[in-house]
Design a binder for this molecule. Structure first.
Ligand SMILES: O=C(O)c1ccc[n+]([C@@H]2O[C@H](COP(=O)([O-])O)[C@@H](O)[C@H]2O)c1
Ligand SMILES: Cc1cc2nc[nH]c2cc1C
Length: 375
């Protein structure tokens, strides 16, 4: 395997086409409703047109939810409301149809693909359709040890790249990216704090099922300890993911970068995808142009990361379950924006306007007065 050169992504990732974006804006100017009157949907439609390089924008017809799954050793500290090692159970529930993302995906008709990166369960117990890219059973306890070896981090990152290529090759036109993990938000907090240069307390949130004050303090201390381990490797994103990330986070970082290479727009879900996006931005500064922040989940680390990338979240609905559910809720708006941009009629051109009716004729108009004169 050739060694991975992350710098290549800087050159491989182009910005969405600015000329197409201007064409989309010009088309919008010609439509019957004034530009801006559709608020964020105007921005969304123009962003999507630029990403597709198409005016009028094409409908989003083959979206997919892609979830990367893994357990995190740090969960043993009691930093999550879920039992350590419980991500495999969540994966089963997602695919059996009983999780929030399952319900939403069914309703919206969107397939869900789950990739096992580091679940801590017997692979035999997982549903058959789980994509197998496991690099180890559970990522390491990041407060005291590396999440992964450098080799594992590279393998995980490459798996994410491969999944992005599969999606692009199979005609997926938009991905909602999410994670299924236990302990993942602690690793995400470390990445955000490390890359933004802030203290643990600034990024420590309450997690999906709202941990109590004691668990919050344990989480904050774990992030603080892991931050010390992150500082020496801040300049090398793969080492950073190995030290304090995890296999699922490394894969999502690779996925985000390769999606940008392939011009496949990605909707980000919560704090974990935002943290991976921030790592990916360090690798290729143009990459965030291909991503849409679906929502502000309320996690402080997510807000910090999105702010750094100048991504403005579309919705605020307080959905913190992860698993792509919050991201998927943005899909109907994206589809609505595409439909409006493509289907709202244009105003008739001056030359094509129907003949203006004659000026309204007053009681002493010329005809009337002529007629009167003849009498
Ligand atoms: O995105 C969020 O704001 C968010 C906040 C808390 C938890 N989650 C999700 O909940 C899962 C477990 O997180 P954790 O770290 O609290 O064990 C994981 O899949 C996260 O994506 C997500
Ligand atoms: C308007 C807009 C601008 C963006 N820049 C990066 N991602 C984006 C997503 C949208 C929707």
């Amino acid at each position: 395997m050739s060694s991975l050169n992350l710098d290549d992504f800087t050159d491989l990732i182009e910005r969405p086409d600015g000329g197409v974006r201007r064409d989309a804006e010009a088309r919008r100017e010609r439509q019957i409703v004034p530009p801006g009157a559709l608020g964020r949907l105007d921005d969304l439609g123009e962003w999507l047109a630029a990403a597709q390089s198409a005016v009028p924008v094409r409908p989003v017809e083959r979206p997919r939810v892609v979830l990367f799954a893994g357990d995190h050793g740090v969960a043993e500290l009691g930093v999550s409301a879920r039992p350590a090692g419980g991500a495999g159970e969540l994966v089963r529930e997602v695919l059996e149809g009983g999780r929030p993302v399952s319900v939403l995906a069914r309703r919206l008709g969107v397939p869900v693909r789950i990739v096992d990166m580091a679940l801590d369960c017997d692979p035999e117990t997982l549903p058959e359709d789980v994509v197998r890219h496991r690099v180890r059973r559970g990522s390491g306890r990041i407060d005291v040890e590396d999440a992964l070896t450098l080799e594992e981090a590279e393998t995980a990152f490459r798996a994410g790249v491969a999944v992005a290529d599969e999606e692009a090759d199979s005609g997926t036109d938009l991905v909602v990216l999410g994670d299924v993990s236990v302990g993942g938000t602690t690793a995400a907090g470390v990445l955000v704090a490390a890359l933004c240069g802030v203290d643990a307390s600034v990024v420590t949130g309450r997690g999906g099922l709202a941990i109590d004050d004691l668990a919050w303090m344990r989480k904050c201390a774990a992030i603080r300890d892991a931050l010390r381990r992150a500082r020496p490797v801040l300049g090398d994103q793969l080492r950073l993911l190995a030290a304090v990330g995890g296999a699922d986070l490394a894969a999502m970082t690779g996925f985000l970068l390769q999606s940008a290479v392939r011009k496949l727009p990605v909707v980000l879900d919560g704090v974990v995808t935002a943290a991976c996006a921030l790592v990916a931005q360090r690798i290729a500064f143009r990459a965030p142009d291909w991503w849409l922040a679906a929502h502000d989940s309320g996690e402080p680390g997510q807000a910090k990361a999105l702010d750094r990338m100048a991504l403005e979240p579309l919705l605020t609905h307080g959905v913190t379950v992860g698993e792509g559910a919050g991201g998927l809720l943005a899909l109907p708006l994206v589809q609505a924006a595409a439909a409006l941009a493509a289907e709202l009629p244009e105003k008739p051109k001056e030359s094509e306007k129907p003949e203006e009716p004659e000026e309204p004729v007053g009681p002493v108009g010329p005809e009337v007065s002529e007629a009167a004169a003849e009498q």
